[in-house]
Ligand binder design. Structure first.
Ligand code: DNO
Length: 399
């Protein structure tokens, strides 16, 4: 048995424009997948879990990581059907555990999952990347959504840029920016209206960062015993981007946030999905140091890099390009695996997936990816680069 991390790819299910057969040819052995059709808050049917597992296995792959079992807004706000949703979450964990799935990713980002302002930012060599530019998001926030208090959340400079940019767009451009931003909340659903979004934000008005922290602690207290009983390890995904947006609190953005979350319960089931692209937007976050600190609590890894631009903008760079140096991160993950092995931990192996990828080459001739950032060829390039990096590092470490 080799001492390498398992190589994984995300698969969005039968509707994904990338097939399992294609994933197999990338050399990945593990798939991260989820039952996206089940609404947040409902229990996943055991038969559907089995069926997904069989489909993945029939392609010669293994569904080792669930990404994600979403945490409902009721749980995040501690309101409405919170108790019923927690019960369903426990049921889902029990069923996943019974099916032999050991890692479940989740996030605690209120309302929206990850956010970008441009899905097709053209790089000089013709690849397309995802990008976030503060002024565009501010223009949406202040001029389209007209959120109360939005002006307080942006610097005078960004507000000015947003006002000019918004004016220059004209009516047609403004409508396009609004529609695109609403459709760009990939974690939510397409076709959201400004009023839908306002209603979703209103539910969080009373929560605030302290309230959200309390709800996360209550969530963990409610589901960890079920996760332990099922042999499932939970892995929280960091906020993307790692700062508050639309006045919503973000509580999983920094190294200190993650340390305090793993400190909430000593259980190994209370773990982390180490996403270098999300965490790497903050230049002060010492990623290899954080791998060492979180050590045994890292249950899955998303590997990607970003280029930080002036004024808080960033775009996703090639996996081995940009401002996030993945070499020391991969070295630290390999060391953590080795430590687990000497400890005799049966679950010592960590899996990683190339997180996102550029649209490039044949991606432009293929149907649009199931989710922005998930084209086949860009991710294949990322996986291949990371494979080489990991093997080179493992070889060097072995002397
Ligand atoms: C984006 C992903 C996120 C992630 C969830 C985990 O590409 O990394 O959507 O799956 O936040 O719950």
């Amino acid at each position: 048995m080799n001492n390498l991390m398992a190589e994984a790819m995300r698969w969005f299910g039968p509707g994904d424009s990338v097939s399992l057969g294609e994933i197999r040819q990338t050399g990945a052995t593990v798939v991260y997948s989820a039952l996206h059709d089940v609404p947040a808050g409902e229990a996943w049917p055991a038969a559907a879990i089995r069926a997904r597992q069989d489909t993945v296995a029939a392609a010669g792959l293994s569904w080792d990581v669930v990404e994600s079992v979403p945490v409902s807004e009721a749980i995040k706000t501690g309101t409405g059907e919170c108790a019923r949703h927690l019960e369903n979450y426990r049921t889902t964990l029990a069923r996943l555990g019974a099916a032999g799935i050991r890692v479940v990713v989740y996030n605690f980002m209120p309302v929206l999952d990850w956010v970008r302002t441009d899905l097709a930012y053209l790089l000089p060599d013709g690849r397309e990347a995802l990008r976030y530019e503060p002024w565009r998001f501010a223009a949406f926030d202040v001029h389209a959504l007209r959120r109360t208090g939005a002006e307080r959340d942006w610097s005078p400079q960004v507000l000015e840029q947003a006002a000019c940019g918004w004016r220059e767009l004209g009516a047609v451009g403004q409508e396009a920016l609004t529609r695109q931003t609403l459709d760009l909340f990939p974690g939510v659903r397409l076709g959201l209206s400004l009023d839908d979004l306002r209603a979703m934000l209103a539910r969080h008005a009373e929560v605030g960062p302290e309230g959200l922290r309390r709800h996360l602690a209550a969530f963990l207290e409610a589901v960890l015993p079920a996760a332990e009983a099922a042999g499932v390890r939970l892995a929280i995904h960091p906020d993307d981007p790692p700062f508050p947006i639309l006045g919503l609190p973000r509580i999983v953005s920094t190294a200190a946030d993650l340390e305090s979350i793993v400190g909430l319960a000593a259980s190994p089931a209370n773990g982390v999905c180490f996403c270098t692209g999300s965490l790497g937007v903050r230049p002060e976050t010492d990623l290899p140091g954080l791998v060492r600190q979180l050590g045994p609590r890292i249950h899955a890894a998303h590997l990607r890099s970003v280029t930080r631009e002036l004024g808080g903008a960033f775009h996703e760079s090639g996996h081995l390009e940009g401002d996030v140096d993945l070499a020391p991160v991969v070295a630290a993950l390999l060391k953590e695996q080795a430590r687990r092995r000497t400890e005799g931990r049966p679950d010592w192996r960590i899996s990683f997936r190339p997180d996102h990828g550029h649209r490039m080459l044949d991606d432009f001739r293929r149907p649009a990816p199931a989710c922005p950032g998930y084209p086949l060829i860009g991710r294949l390039r990322g996986l291949a680069e990371l494979r080489g990096l990991q093997r080179g590092l493992a070889h060097a470490a072995a002397g």
